[in-house]
Design a protein around this ligand. Structure first.
Ligand code: CA
Ligand code: CA
Length: 165
């Protein structure tokens, strides 16, 4: 994966843009999703999403926070996360799954899975540009039925971070 793509992935995680990935970034993502879809942090879905955010952060830190300072720098992300995640994308999928499941529940409670419109809104609120969000949703909804199943989302998410295009 080239430098530019790695930088884009890093920026995706660094939600508050302060130059490193930490727990706050995952919590910021959960908060943004709750605000966008009109759910509260205290409701069951809100709590599930925050639990997923915490698990995602712990998983990321376990893989990439080499010096254990509770921050993942760009350097740690490049050498640690990207390389190791590429070796085992299924591990990354499992780390991300509780958060993604929580996001689906918040964004599209009707289910099953998440509708294409809700998925686009979720990506936009997480800072993904309109065109990239639309392209990602189109790719995830491979059969074009307008919905993305949890499994498709988890696999697509892992592939985005682990597979060089
Ligand atoms: Ca950050
Ligand atoms: Ca660190």
């Amino acid at each position: 994966m080239d430098e530019r793509r790695i930088a884009a992935r890093f920026t995706g995680f660094d939600q508050d843009g302060n130059g490193y990935i930490d727990r706050e970034d995952f919590y910021a993502a959960a908060k943004a999703l709750l605000a966008e879809f009109g759910a509260t942090a205290r409701c069951d879905k809100g709590q599930a999403l925050f639990a997923g955010a915490e698990a995602f952060w712990q998983g990321m830190a376990g893989i990439a926070d080499v010096d254990g300072d509770q921050r993942v720098t760009r350097g740690e992300f490049v050498t640690g996360a990207v390389k190791r995640l590429r070796d085992s994308p299924e591990r990354f999928a499992e780390i991300a799954r509780p958060f993604l499941r929580g996001a689906i529940e918040v964004a599209d409670p009707e289910g099953p899975g998440i509708g294409a419109d809700a998925a686009r809104r979720a990506l936009r609120v997480l800072g993904v540009e309109e065109r990239s969000a639309a392209a990602a949703v189109a790719a995830l909804d491979a059969d074009g039925d307008g919905r993305i199943a949890e499994e498709e989302l988890v696999r697509g998410f892992a592939a985005y971070f682990t597979v060089p295009e």
